[in-house]
Each structure stands twice: as C-alpha cells, then as structure tokens.
Design a protein around this ligand. Structure first.
Ligand SMILES: Nc1nc2c(c(=O)[nH]1)N[C@H]1C(S)=C(S)[C@@H](COP(=O)(O)O)O[C@H]1N2
Ligand SMILES: [Mo]
Length: 187
C-alpha cells in the first residue's frame, strides 16, 4: 500500500491562502539582516548578500495549514536549515528554535524538525523571489509541521533550551504541530 499523501482532516486547495496576524511589513533588501542568536557557539547576523553566498538548495514539498487546507508541489529555493546549524553550532541544550517575523510574529519549532533535511530558509517560491505577502525576502519552510510554523518575514532565529511559545502557541496551538498526528491544539 502506498503512503497517503494528505494528512488526516485536510483537503487540497490550488494555492496558498495568505494568512497574516498584522499588515505585511515593508521590504528593505538593503537594510535586511537575519539575526541568529541564543544558545549557539557562533551568533551571527547575515545580510541578504551573505545568505545568497551560502550554498543554495531547491526542494518541493506539500504544506498543510491547521485550518484544514493543504497545497501540493510547492517549490522553494534558499538555504538549508542544516547549513545554518553548521554556521552557528547550537549548544547541546538546544531544544527549540524560535522563528521571529519582522511584524512581531513568533513560533516555536522543535529542534528535531528544524534540523530535518527538508527545512529551508526560502528566498524563492515556484521560481520567483518570494512575493511580499508570502514573506519576502525570507521565510522559514518547515514541511514536516503545520504551516503556522513556517514563519514569514523571517528576521531572526533564536536557539533555546527553555520552553517558549510563539504567537499561536500562546493561544493554545500545539507546541509540535505534526499534521500526520493532527497536533492542532494543546489538550
Ligand atoms: N510572520 C508571519 N508568518 C506567518 C504567519 C503570520 O501571520 N506572520 N501566519 C502563518 C500561518 S497561520 C499560515 S497558514 C501561513 C500562511 O502562509 P502564506 O500567507 O504564504 O499562505 O504563514 C504562517 N507564517
Ligand atoms: Mo495557518
């Protein structure tokens, strides 16, 4: 038997539906920097130029929103999360990565999901630079978790051993958020 492609309780839609907690923040490519900080050996700030000098990867994935829609075969290009881990070297105590969006959005990503091969810091979607409303210039893409974990307008990744919650987790959404286990809300 082949593995099902659609997680339980989901239906396919044709394209990503834009969801934002606040207005789409303005993009300033010159002023942009990604702050990598917290429990790491080598904290660093990366400009867009520095990010594009890192090895670039391309990957296709399906993404699943907790509000029951899923999109197939999205293509992303950017920097692998593993490249970021090699750069900053998290300490052994790190259990979570807090992704910060420029407009104040936050989400907690369990380290074992962040470190998966398919997790990307995406600069492009479907062959084009990320559109403003999809997170330009940089978004996190964590295909193994519900889409609220894929922070748009990414401006910082914070590595921590402490339990921390983000915007939706504070409101009762799951701390892991695995769509195959239907981890939508905390019990
Ligand atoms: N910075 C930021 N990232 C975010 C959000 C947000 O409000 N702000 N919403 C999340 C949710 S709930 C979803 S479903 C997806 C939507 O991605 P899209 O707008 O590219 O379709 O972004 C996620 N990442
Ligand atoms: Mo969502």
């Amino acid at each position: 038997m082949t593995e099902p492609r659609l997680p339980p309780g989901q239906r396919w839609v044709d394209r990503l539906i834009v969801y934002d907690i606040a207005a789409v923040p303005p993009v300033d490519p010159q002023g942009f920097s990604l702050r990598l900080f917290g429990d790491v050996d080598r904290p660093i700030d990366l400009s867009l130029a520095a990010l594009s000098r890192l090895p670039q990867v391309e990957a296709a994935c399906d993404l699943h929103c907790v509000t029951h829609w899923s999109v197939r075969d999205l293509h992303f290009a950017g920097v692998s999360a593993r490249t970021i881990l090699d750069l900053v070297r998290p300490t052994a105590s790190v259990a979570l990565v807090i992704a910060h969006g420029r407009e104040g959005y936050r989400t907690n990503v369990p380290y074992d999901h962040f470190a998966r091969e398919e997790t990307l810091l995406a600069l492009e979607m479907n062959g084009e630079p990320l559109a403003a409303e999809h997170g330009a210039p940089l978004r996190l893409v964590v295909p193994s978790l519900y889409l609220w974990k894929s922070a748009k307008y990414l401006c910082a990744l914070e590595f921590t051993g402490a339990m921390r919650r983000g915007t939706w987790e504070e409101a009762g959404y799951h701390d892991v958020g695995d769509p195959w286990r239907e981890e939508r809300f905390r019990r």
